[in-house]
Ligand binder design. Sequence first.
Ligand SMILES: Cc1cc2nc3c(=O)[nH]c(=O)nc-3n(C[C@H](O)[C@H](O)[C@H](O)COP(=O)(O)OP(=O)(O)OC[C@H]3O[C@@H](n4cnc5c(N)ncnc54)[C@H](O)[C@@H]3O)c2cc1C
Length: 378
Amino acid sequence: MADLIIIGGGVIGLSLAWELAGRGLVSQVFDQGPIGRASSWAGAGLVPPPHRAKDLNDPTCMLRARSADLYPIWSQRLLDQTGIDNGFRISGGLDVALNSREEPALQSMTGRWRKQGIRFELVDDIRAAQLEPELTKDFSRAFYLPERAQIRNPWHLRALQSACQNLGVTMHPHVPIQQLLVKNNSIEGIKTNHGEFAARQIVVAAGAWSGPLLGNLGIHMPTTPVKGQMLLLDPGQILIHRIIEHEKCYLVPRDEGLVLAGATEEHVGFEDSLTDSAKGYLWNEAISLVPKLAQSRIVNHWCGFRPGSKDSRPYLGQVPGFSGLYVATGHQRAGLSLSPGTAESMADLITGQPTRIALDGYSVAREAAPRRDEAVRS
Ligand SMILES: Cc1cc2nc3c(=O)[nH]c(=O)nc-3n(C[C@H](O)[C@H](O)[C@H](O)COP(=O)(O)OP(=O)(O)OC[C@H]3O[C@@H](n4cnc5c(N)ncnc54)[C@H](O)[C@@H]3O)c2cc1C
């Protein structure tokens, strides 16, 4: 019998498996597809800047702040353990409004940044041109966040998988879990199309597919997929050095000059077509922010399914009424950025330690929290 099975080999499942293995609890990770390929692979890899305020009391904010602190530590540790660079770079970012109508929403972010102790600076057109000479001159307001960071998701996932395996974690790709096996409200294992596997503890970290796994137990945990399409552009030269954000879109420069242009937000279930309308929308966004991107070649176009939740907060913790059953999912637009803090606090819980971040506000059984657009724009 396995001590612990994690369902889902995305960034959440792998981060938790690695954190637990580092504490001596070696798990088995099951995935219905390849490991590290679903939403986590598709994401842009934006990582929020450090929060220096001491009195953060919003749960999402605490998770984000802790994760921002852990990212550089994790990145170095992953490099040491695996030799794989996960692409963590403090590239800095510019947040822009393109007209006066967009200014109030951007300006309102400064209150949040100030409260959370995030470094930022209002920039005029001279300073903006120094920072990013190819940024459009037609912006009406811009802020520079020097500590905004990024990772390369595929590299990060590869590093996590390798680090897990070095510590003895077993990966089971291409094994869909059909059902959780429960007796007298205690977890007993999983049923897959490769047979049954017994386990004392199970963590459901199956992203947008998590809801139905609990639905079979009569638990309502909506994880409605939110489709995001993204373009990878090759302008043939290095045009930008910093992440540029505009409303819900962004441009992310990679070391070699490639630029990610993301992302749509579509409520279309698991419909996975790549559409011309999304391509046109992202292309137009890209060239309105950096006109010279018009000379780019579109190298790739893909989509992924962010795991939704009832109120844009993830579900973290033990499932009430079921011994040995945990969830870590529903991170929506911020699963990559929140993954180290998620893994740390979930590992605290599973190993019987006080959790670094109080998880009450993330309970599956919570009342939906008031909606807030707190997540990074990704
Ligand atoms: C276009 C786009 C851009 C994004 N950009 C960012 C960003 O910049 N920063 C950020 O923080 N976040 C970003 N996100 C969001 C982020 O990618 C997700 O929140 C995060 O990847 C969720 O991780 P996960 O491990 O929960 O889910 P996933 O990566 O989807 O992993 C879940 C895994 O569970 C497996 N699974 C599902 N059901 C079963 C089953 N029955 N049996 C076995 N296995 C199962 C799946 O195959 C999958 O591999 C973005 C997402 C998209 C789509």
